[in-house]
Design a protein. Structure first.
Lengths: 256, 342
């Protein structure tokens, strides 16, 4: 394995990401933070929502931001680079096996997702005001969940990026991402779906459920959440499946 | 040591629309339909290469000449790891291109038919990062980048994003990028398409200079003069098959007679064809239908007078005359019955 080439490509992605840092942060964080402000601040201050809702909302917003950064940081560039201009070709011609380029994209995407997720905590905390109780009693679980969510975000970004064409980007947002975010238990804990039994089981195919619930369980154990082991197990399985499918499809798409 | 290239009976059949490498080409070759008879939707199969065997020697400038869709870009795609052959093998030096991709990629530089630059970067960054991908030290890549920017007259635009560049500038930075890691073999897929005549001459000079360093150059073109001027040897490819190969001079001398007279009469009775065939210097006469006759001969103009007289004596009107001197164009016509530009 040619690590010099690998790190040069990581350096390239980092360079491009830094150049687009501000627009990227706005794209990934503005919408979630506005949601935090409306639901977490306005509605709780007015008494429409209990103060406790802030603690339910914050981990969900963190999960959404991380997943969106995977789409913005991996899927969108890949769609552009694989379109008719074939911008990715210079890296496909570098002396490294094709699959490693997919791995490099995943590593770069994970770094971006982790940055996006960790920025949300202080930002949301500021927006939400008093009443947010973050627990750091389970640092290892929290770190493991963060890494797994970041991997889900970037491996999912890879799988989407190599499956979706330039003309289907709008469709991807409305057909894949919007339902995923609404039914991803980001705005409510999974247990609250008990009044909709069919839905409660249907949403279990949504990876974002485990991301939101896992972050909730490791960051705010005082609010209702799934057992951490269930979230971790599901995320490991989903990550592995996306990784294998994404890299396979990438390899196929890379050659004609 | 100069690196040679070998291909062994390469075949490529696309079952989806041919992608990047060969895109832009109008596919004119025979398509077949396949699949079990039960299949409702039959798959379209496009035969892009049909048994291409080539031997390119280390240190030569080799040209692939053919019309659009002949299989030039597919051949380059296979030789540069970007296209998987359906069957057959290709070697860069001692490495099997498909099985030892990383080793093969170290030896080659590729200038694609259409610039595939990294549009997120500036011209200077494109070269710097390309050097880094190939493991060059920071100092080495900085030096080479400056030298190449200077050579390709891009220094004053070096820090601009390449997406703002004109077509010619994109082509120049593409070539500079392909040379950045000092590859032993340089592939250029229709390098002068879209270049102005001046830049084209600059390109030829750069290609020759690079070749003088002992590097192997493979280029595709559909310009006769480019093949004639630049290539030590070339292969003419059409419908995915090599129809002739050799040095331009040898290829041209292989055409019977050398000169080609394309004549058009109002009609062609047998006696006229027989008369033409019997004329001194004429080696071959081919009927093209609707009064068209192609006459291969060892001279051009001097034959016209007698032909006009004979036609008049037989009461046949001569409607059009075109004389082509020995060239690759006539060679192509001789082998395919079509003009390269058709």
């Amino acid at each position: 394995m040619n690590w010099k080439t690998f790190f040069a490509m990581l350096h390239r992605d980092g360079h491009v990401a830094r150049r687009n840092l501000l627009p990227m942060l706005v794209q990934n964080l503005l919408q979630p933070l506005l949601l935090v402000f409306v639901f977490g601040r306005i509605l709780t201050s007015s008494g429409m929502m209990p103060n406790q809702y802030k603690n339910i909302l914050l981990p969900g917003i963190m999960a959404i931001s991380m997943v969106l950064s995977g789409v913005q940081g991996v899927a969108m560039p890949l769609i552009t680079e694989f379109q008719f201009t074939r911008e990715i070709e210079d890296r496909l011609l570098a002396p490294m096996a094709t699959g490693w380029l997919a791995v490099e994209k995943i590593v770069a995407g994970m770094i971006q997702a982790l940055v996006a997720g960790l920025v949300v905590i202080p930002a949301a905390w500021l927006v939400l005001g008093s009443g947010v109780t973050i627990s750091m009693s389970q640092p290892f679980e929290f770190a493991a969940i963060c890494l797994l969510v970041a991997l889900f975000s970037s491996a999912g970004g890879l799988a989407l990026g190599v499956s979706v064409g330039q003309t289907q980007i709008g469709l991807m947002f409305s057909l894949v991402l919007a339902p995923m975010m609404m039914f991803g238990c980001a705005y409510y804990p999974w247990s609250f779906l008990k009044f909709f039994p069919a839905l409660q089981y249907a949403v279990l195919i949504n990876p974002l459920v485990y991301a939101s619930e896992g972050l909730r369980g490791s960051l705010m154990p005082q609010v209702p959440h799934m057992p951490l082991a269930a979230s971790i197990g599901a995320l490991v399985a989903i990550d592995a499946a996306l990784l294998v499918a994404g890299i396979q499809k990438f390899n196929k798409k890379a050659v004609s | 040591m100069a690196i040679g290239i070998r291909t062994d009976n390469l075949r490529k059949i696309y079952d989806t629309p041919p992608p990047s490498a060969a895109r832009g080409a109008g596919f004119s070759f025979a398509s077949q339909r396949s699949g079990a008879p039960k299949e409702k939707k039959k798959k379209l199969e496009v035969v892009a290469l049909d048994g291409v065997t080539l031997e390119i020697e280390g240190g030569e400038i080799f040209g692939l000449l053919g019309p659009n869709g002949a299989g030039k870009s597919t051949t380059i795609g296979i030789l540069t790891t970007r296209t998987q052959p359906t069957s057959g093998r290709a070697f860069i030096g001692e490495y099997d291109v498909w099985k030892q991709q990383v080793e093969a990629k170290r030896l080659i530089g590729v200038v694609p038919q259409r610039p595939n630059l990294d549009f997120a970067l500036t011209a200077r960054e494109i070269l710097l990062f390309h050097g880094a991908y190939f493991g060059q030290s920071a100092r080495e890549r900085a030096e080479r980048t400056e030298a190449l920017l200077e050579k390709f007259k891009l220094t004053d635009r070096a820090d601009h994003m390449v997406r703002t560049f004109s077509g010619g500038m994109m082509q120049r930075i593409s070539i500079a990028r392909a040379m950045m890691h000092d590859p032993e073999v340089l592939f250029l897929d229709e390098p002068s398409a879209g270049l102005d005549p001046q830049t084209r001459l600059l390109l030829w000079e750069i290609v020759r200079d690079y070749n003088r360093l002992g590097k192997t150059i493979v280029l595709t073109t559909h310009y006769m003069d480019e093949a004639d001027e630049l290539c030590g040897r070339l292969a003419i490819i059409d419908h995915g098959k090599i129809i002739a190969a050799g040095s331009p001079r040898k290829l041209k001398s292989s055409i019977p007679g050398g000169y080609l007279l394309r004549l058009k009469f109002e009609s062609v009775p047998g006696e006229l064809a027989a008369f033409l065939k019997a004329m001194p210097g004429v080696s071959e006469v081919r009927a093209g239908g609707q009064g068209a006759l192609d006459v291969y001969a060892d001279r051009g103009g001097p034959l016209i007078g007698p032909i006009v007289n004979a036609a008049q004596a037989m009461g046949i009107e001569l409607r059009d005359v075109h004389i082509a001197e020995p060239s690759l164009e006539t060679l192509f016509l001789h082998h395919t019955g079509r003009s390269l530009r058709d």
